[in-house]
Design a protein around this ligand. Structure first.
Ligand SMILES: C[S@@+](CC[C@H](N)C(=O)[O-])C[C@H]1O[C@@H](n2cnc3c(N)ncnc32)[C@H](O)[C@@H]1O
Length: 242
């Protein structure tokens, strides 16, 4: 069973700013499930879309893989077919956890966990690329460059699956969705104090874009068939094809 996330229960200013360190790695499974509405559905979606869009003898990338939950969805999608899955994260703690958890599969050479910054990752022959709640943590000025490299490394008709937290340009809608997300976390057992401390820790670390900005950026890069396939409160999943 996943270890309970109590990180922000104790007042500890050393927790600022938020990072994907060992402490977060230990409780991450519980943290993301209780904080991101629709997270489990996003994993199922990756598996189903992966099944439809995976091209034989190609590669799949899980960029910002954390504990490999979305990587596992890609593995289920690819099954016994030939190909390679690369899961990348710049958190040492996350990648070392993945390497022990998925040891049997990494030994079989079908799956590689790479401890690298996405700025340096090389993408080649990709038919499916997953960026599940990660772009929001990348420096805003580097997001377009990363997506351009993803696009260049994809095969024709390849699929990008991009899940993100968002905000809205209408301030009433923004506040309403913010309140609903707060209630979601409260109902999942976080106290008001924990929610507020985590929000402070994430200030300047998690920076959301408007949905229209995501779409415009993808179009500018050359992606087509951009569609929203899931939306839960202030979180959504877009897919885009090369
Ligand atoms: C919210 S988690 C992603 C969750 C994961 N994709 C899933 O579906 O379970 C964000 C992850 O992105 C990673 N990350 C953030 N910035 C990164 C960067 N510049 N390079 C590589 N990984 C990064 C973090 O270490 C963290 O593990």
């Amino acid at each position: 069973m996943a270890k309970r996330d109590n990180i922000f229960k104790a007042s500890n200013s050393n927790d600022l700013p938020f990072s994907f360190n060992e402490e977060v790695t230990e409780v991450f499974e519980d943290m993301i499930d209780r904080s991101v509405p629709g997270y489990k559905s996003s994993l199922k979606l990756i598996e189903n879309l992966g099944k439809n869009y995976y091209q034989n003898n190609s590669s799949c990338y899980d960029l910002g893989c954390s504990l490999g939950a979305s990587t596992l969805s890609l593995l289920k999608a690819v099954e016994e077919k030939d190909g390679q899955i690369y899961a990348v994260d710049n958190s040492k703690a996350m990648i070392s956890n993945c390497n022990s958890k998925f040891k049997n599969l990494t030994d079989s050479n079908k799956l590689d966990f790479i401890n690298q910054d996405l700025e340096d990752v090389e993408i080649k022959d990709a038919s499916v690329v997953v960026i599940n709640f990660v772009l929001q943590f990348i420096d805003s000025s580097k997001r377009e460059g990363l997506l351009e490299r993803v696009f260049c490394g994809m095969k024709k008709n390849g699929l990008l699956i991009l899940s993100e937290k968002t905000h809205f340009d209408n301030k009433y809608r923004n506040q309403a969705l913010f309140n609903l997300h707060h209630s979601f976390k409260f109902k999942n057992g976080y106290t008001k104090m924990e929610i507020s401390r985590k929000r402070d820790a994430l200030e300047g670390v998690l920076i959301t874009d408007l949905e229209k900005d995501h779409r415009q950026r993808l179009i500018k890069i050359g992606f087509r068939e951009i569609r929203k396939v899931m939306s839960n409160l202030n979180f959504f999943t877009l897919i885009a094809q090369k």
